[in-house]
Write a protein that binds this ligand. Sequence first.
Ligand SMILES: [Fe+2]
Length: 394
Amino acid sequence: MLVDDNLTNLTMGKNMLKSFYEVYPLTSGKKLFEMLENVTPDLILLDIEMPEMNGYDVIKALKSDEHFREIPVIFLTAKSGDDNELEGLCLGAIDYVQKPFSAPLLLKRIENHLLITEQKRELKNYNDNLEELVNLKTSQIMELQVAVMGTVAEMVEFRDHSTGGHVDRTIKYLEILVDGLLDERIYSDELKGLDLRFLILSAQLHDVGKIAISDTILKKPGRLTAEEFEEMKTHTTIGAEAIARIGEHTAGHSFLHHAKIIAHTHHEKWDGTGYPLGLKGAEIPLEGRLMAIADVYDALISMRPYKPPLSADDAARIVKEGRGVHFDPLLVDIFEKLSGKFAKVSGEIYRPAPETAAAINAAVESPSVSGAWRQPQPAIRRRVPAFFGGTCAG
Ligand SMILES: [Fe+2]
């Protein structure tokens, strides 16, 4: 577009350019903006000295509008002097050409500026596509990582076969608690600094350290001795160390960061009598305090070799009794409000009945029984959150 209030200049300019470009001659800034409603030009040649709206006013209006600010502007003017040229360039013009101008020179400058603009556009498209590609690849890597970690968590769960569905349920419990905290605006500052998607998902690795615990302890059909309990306690530090080692090989990720904290601290107690560190109150990371409630609630409603499953009501009562002793008081307050959701999850995600659990235990101990039962139960499906774009069998 060519904008000049002088008709002679407009005619001359149009004649000079029309063999090479489609030219829109316009006599004022007002007419330019009317034309921009319908046409987006590759370039604007703009006179400075015009009545009503001068060239500086026009370029200021163009640059302040997101629809027009990328259109390159060249000032064409009889005004001379470094100050005028500097002002024009500072306002966002890409060039400043003094009248009278040489036609071949102006044409060459226009050609160069259009080429630069096109290259900038191509570079932007390339960067946009590159960003999209990187996001896609990152998402695929994360999906793979989560799937691998989920499989590891299931291997632990299948070994500790009395806890069917434990991993899936604890992820859901954690999600319910985190949603409750967000709704009630409790621990907002702490939550702000955490990657909640990965915090919830990383809960599946909380007992990964049980891989290193002997079968005689893990499957013992009765209470553990003090010595056995000491060995069982090490699943927290072993799990945290194993996750830390993975982190060393993967440049770290918030998923592994949260997983390590949860594995390490999910058996700490609010009153300082937990393990492995004996942390007290807010010394225990929020991830560990959240997981403690999810883990204990699920242990209570589940069949274990040494105890029958409790009802959801009894499990909720015991969690409430642990307020300020075993558990963070504020988190128990949230749990109380949401215990109905916990009960729903405990009923929906696979939990073997006492007789089924006993049968599984017997089958595992029998060398003649095939490993078919180790296949994931149809009811156990680990849902990968929507941001990973899919599901993987649990
Ligand atoms: Fe544990």
